[in-house]
Design a protein around this ligand. Structure first.
Ligand code: ATP
Ligand code: MG
Length: 399
């Protein structure tokens, strides 16, 4: 390939019209199959257009169901409609996962500077209140991925924000809390819970057909005509539908397949490109999940990994896993957890898809659970090897 050809390919992609439109943070012009949620959220928030305080809203649904996209979309539309009256602050609580940082971000929105650290929380709240008092607007505060904040720091900020209107005369504050993890509400004070949930909005998962439709419209914005056909879109949608119907995953696979096709200089995306993209993404996912596992979970997984490597013909039962696990724990020199807990860990691993567990009948010997790896062994190894303890264990077993 000549240097001209290499550059030419970058200047003029045969695949992409506008690659940005497939990136995860881009909020598209239309969000198909979310009309109900869009209209409901819009009607809850509409009073802000006249300067009244809208009800607080609690939004939940599984990952990749469009919660963030829909919320940003509705707020953007409202802001276009009434740029003077409506103001919103979008805060991602995974990036800003302390009470201090959330409040400091909010203060920034109302024009109050808060030092990066150092003030007492009460002082930050006071300055934020003063800032709000100086303005006259309805501020809609979006706390996205709110579970991250509450699990780490409790509900002080939420308590403050749900009460803040009692201390304000000219401005008003409404809250939108978004999460894909309902369990965190256990950490909420009953009053906070009920006032955050004045209105509730549920985002159901997309069906495979809906995902396909969404992909088609996003592809139309991002890719040249004729680059993907229905068969390719259907395959991508089907893969994502099997994994909790996550729209983000569907878009990831499509983008990666498009990148691979682009790099190859192809003029269309084929099923092979999709397959490569999916393998790459699944590998990264599995490795990342394994890297962040707690030690005992890694040790259980390592037991399964070592058992599957030592004798591929043998059934890997829970009993064998527990024995292997105890052996590994002994080598590390720590106390084992109970066999009951190991069973729970096996179930958790099964849920992630990294292993497959199934119960089989042994006739008159009863039933037992057998386990196999759900992803290629080398990916499990890569994930485990990033942990120094596991690395030395596995390397020693190899001798
Ligand atoms: N109806 C839709 N039309 C087009 N794109 C969509 C639609 N729903 C979701 N998406 C896209 O899918 C991706 C995931 O959506 P989003 O970020 O809103 O999910 P989420 O529900 O907030 O997930 P999480 O709980 O993980 O934060 C985004 O890139 C978003 O633009
Ligand atoms: Mg989100």
């Amino acid at each position: 390939m000549s240097i001209e050809e290499i550059f030419e390919r970058y200047v003029e992609s045969k695949i992409f019209k506008d690659r940005e439109k497939l990136l995860p943070d881009y909020v598209p012009e239309e969000l198909p199959h979310r009309d109900e949620q869009i209209l409901k959220l819009a009607s809850i928030l509409a009073p802000a257009l006249r300067g009244s305080r809208p009800s607080n809203v609690f939004i939940y649904g599984l990952t990749g169901t469009g919660k963030t996209a829909v919320t940003k979309y509705v707020l953007r539309k409202m802001k276009e409609k009434a740029p003077q009256t409506v103001e919103y602050a979008y805060i991602n609580c995974r990036q800003n996962n302390t009470s201090y940082r959330v409040l400091a971000e909010l203060a920034k929105h109302v024009g109050v500077k808060i030092p990066f650290t150092g003030l007492a929380l009460g002082e930050v709240m006071k300055r934020l209140l003063q800032g709000l008092e100086r303005r006259r607007y309805v501020l809609i505060v979006v706390l996205d991925e709110i579970d991250n904040l509450v699990k780490r720091q409790g509900d002080d900020v939420l308590y403050f924000l749900t009460r803040v209107n009692e201390n304000l005369s000219s401005s008003k504050v409404s809250l939108i809390g978004i999460t894909n993890d309902l369990k965190f509400t256990e950490f909420l004070d009953a009053r906070v819970k009920s006032s955050l949930g004045e209105e509730e909005l549920v985002f159901p998962p997309y069906s495979a057909a809906q995902l396909e439709d969404i992909l088609r419209r996003r592809a139309k914005e991002a890719l040249h005509e004729g680059v993907v056909d229905d068969e390719v879109l259907r395959r991508v949608a089907a893969i994502a539908a099997r994994q909790n119907s996550d729209c983000r995953l569907a878009l990831d696979i499509l983008l990666k397949a498009a990148d691979i096709a682009d790099r190859e200089g192809a003029s269309r995306i084929t099923l092979e490109h999709v397959e490569k993209a999916r393998n790459e993404i699944e590998k990264n996912l599995a490795v990342d999940i394994i890297k962040t596992m707690p030690l005992h979970v890694k040790l259980v997984l390592a037991s399964i990994y070592l058992l599957s490597r030592s004798d591929s013909a043998r059934m890997i039962t829970t009993g064998l896993i527990y024995d292997k696990y105890k052996e590994l724990v002994g080598k590390v020199g720590i106390e084992p957890v109970t066999s009951r807990r190991v069973s729970d860990i096996i179930n958790e691993l099964d849920m992630t898809g990294i292993i497959n567990a199934k119960v089989i009948s042994l006739g008159r010997y009863g039933r037992t659970k057998v386990v196999s790896l759900g992803v290629p062994a080398r990916n499990v190894e890569e994930g485990l090897m990033s942990d120094l303890i596991l690395r030395s264990l596995i390397e020693n077993m190899e001798e």
